[in-house]
Ligand binder design. Structure first.
Ligand code: PEP
Ligand code: CO
Length: 449
């Protein structure tokens, strides 16, 4: 590891998963444009999230990180932003009540565009074209023009992120996130759905708590903490040129922050210790995440902790494990023990999605709701065994009524997947499956408490 870091020092290292842009002049022009634009978030906000995540690391808060696998340039409108936010808020209320601690809400939103791929090209009927890498790079249509990486898409992604963040800020501060309102939506879910009926008792408890507070004079519309909230943004910082262009020095502290989002994470495919991503991340002061897949050894994880969090600062590093339901119970405890013994105060979050993906008989990439719950249960069990904090969950979801993941109360089966399979990348939980999941995690949290 070189001693000197700069926002561009990653350029001296091998960077995996970068698009092959046809014209480097155009890339430089787009990045120059971005580097002159205003930051999307401010250093002080990233520090506030770091403080909240420090509480998660100590077991005094719970992390809910959720949103699209990949945001789309097409499904970009006020409705879709509001509904995703509404779902995250509903899940958070259920979790807050059960955990009895604050829930830190982080969206995979306002910048979650770039996707790593298992192969650089895709071949259909003998025609080989570059893989789709997310709307920040190219388009999903299988034509040469659509699949050619277009640097100006990075500028479009910036503008879409800015508009999305603007609406998130307006909704979270303008009364939409009022606790009474959010709970009323959840009551509709409980009253109207088969799976909701299971949660009548829990929802009734929230209802009584709200009425008790009102009786004590704590009206949700007048107490700021009950009327507004914070929802932070995050994405996989995959395209290092884009991230570098949005990295700015904080005038208050002199530290560097990647101002493309409050939190950014390193994906499973780009976490090589000597790679460009780790080099970039070690120098930014945002709270950061790193995905940990089933083949990661304790030594590898410790090496990542040492480089990414040398000062052992709580809230700095979140390790997002995505081990798969079959491996989590065996593979997670040794990682938890090694990190605990090393004294790194990380947040442990469970991504139950990416280790449980398979191809359905009809050829769709999918995940089964039961497997997702199983990995979360295994995650909680591993923490119980080792005596560490299960810090949170990291899930891919949409509020739309899609049919992308199997199972859930609607019992989505293989043959249903084609009905409304709308994701531009990985299969997401739909609105009902997501709320169902929140209640299941709530049960695990209540048992633990
Ligand atoms: C993702 O979060 O969408 C992703 C690609 O995950 P991972 O890096 O864990 O495979
Ligand atoms: Co994904």
């Amino acid at each position: 590891m070189s001693e000197t870091w700069s926002p561009s020092s990653w350029r001296e290292r091998p960077a995996g998963q970068q698009p092959s842009w046809p014209d480097t002049g155009e890339v430089d022009a787009a990045l120059k444009q971005l580097s002159g634009y205003p930051p999307l978030v401010f250093a002080g906000e990233a520090r506030a999230l770091r403080t909240e995540l420090a509480r998660v690391a100590e077991g005094r808060a719970f992390l809910l990180q959720a949103g699209d696998c990949a945001e789309s340039f097409e499904a970009f409108n006020a409705n879709s932003i509001r509904e995703r936010l509404r779902l995250i808020l509903q899940m958070a209320v259920v979790l807050t009540y059960s955990a009895g601690v604050p829930v830190v809400k982080v969206g995979r939103i306002a910048g979650q565009f770039a996707k790593p791929r298992s192969a650089a090209t895709e071949t259909v009927d003998g025609v080989e074209l570059p893989s789709f890498r997310g709307h920040i790079v190219n388009d999903i249509a299988f034509t040469e023009a659509a699949r050619t990486a277009d640097p100006q898409r990075q500028v479009q992604a910036y503008h879409q992120s800015a508009a999305t963040l603007n609406l998130l800020r307006a909704f979270t501060k303008g009364g939409f996130a009022d606790l009474g309102r959010v709970h009323a939506w959840t009551q509709e879910f409980v009253a109207a759905s088969a799976e909701g009926a299971r949660y009548e008792e829990l929802a009734g408890g929230i209802d009584r708590a709200l009425r008790f507070m009102a009786a004590c004079g704590l009206d949700t519309t007048t107490v700021p903490g009950l009327h507004e909230t914070d929802v932070f943004t995050s994405h996989e910082a995959l395209l290092l040129g884009y991230e570098e262009a949005l990295t700015r020095q904080d005038s208050l502290t002199g530290d560097w922050y990647d101002c493309s989002a409050h939190m950014v994470w390193i994906g499973e495919r780009t976490r090589e210790i000597d790679g460009a991503h780790v080099e970039f991340f070690r120098g930014i002061h945002n709270p950061i995440g790193c995905k940990i897949g089933p083949d990661a050894t304790p030594a590898e994880v410790l090496a990542l902790c040492d480089v990414l969090d040398p000062e052992r600062s709580p809230g700095r590093l979140t390790l997002i494990t995505r081990l798969g339901k079959d491996r989590v119970r065996d593979s997670l405890p040794p990682l938890l023990e090694a990190v605990r013994d090393s004294g790194h105060p990380v947040v442990w979050a469970c991504d139950p999605m990416h280790g449980n993906t398979f191809t359905s008989t009809g050829g769709r990439k999918t995940r089964d709701f039961t497997d997702i719950l199983d990995e979360i249960a295994g995650f909680f069990a591993a923490h119980e065994q080792v005596g560490t904090h299960p810090g949170g969950v990291h899930v891919e979801l949409t509020s739309d009524d899609v049919t992308e993941c199997l199972g859930g109360a609607e019992k989505i089966v293989d043959g249903d997947l084609d009905l409304r399979y709308e994701t531009v990348c990985d299969p997401r939980l739909n609105g009902r499956q997501s709320l169902d999941l929140a209640f299941r995690v709530a049960e695990l949290l209540t048992t633990r408490r």
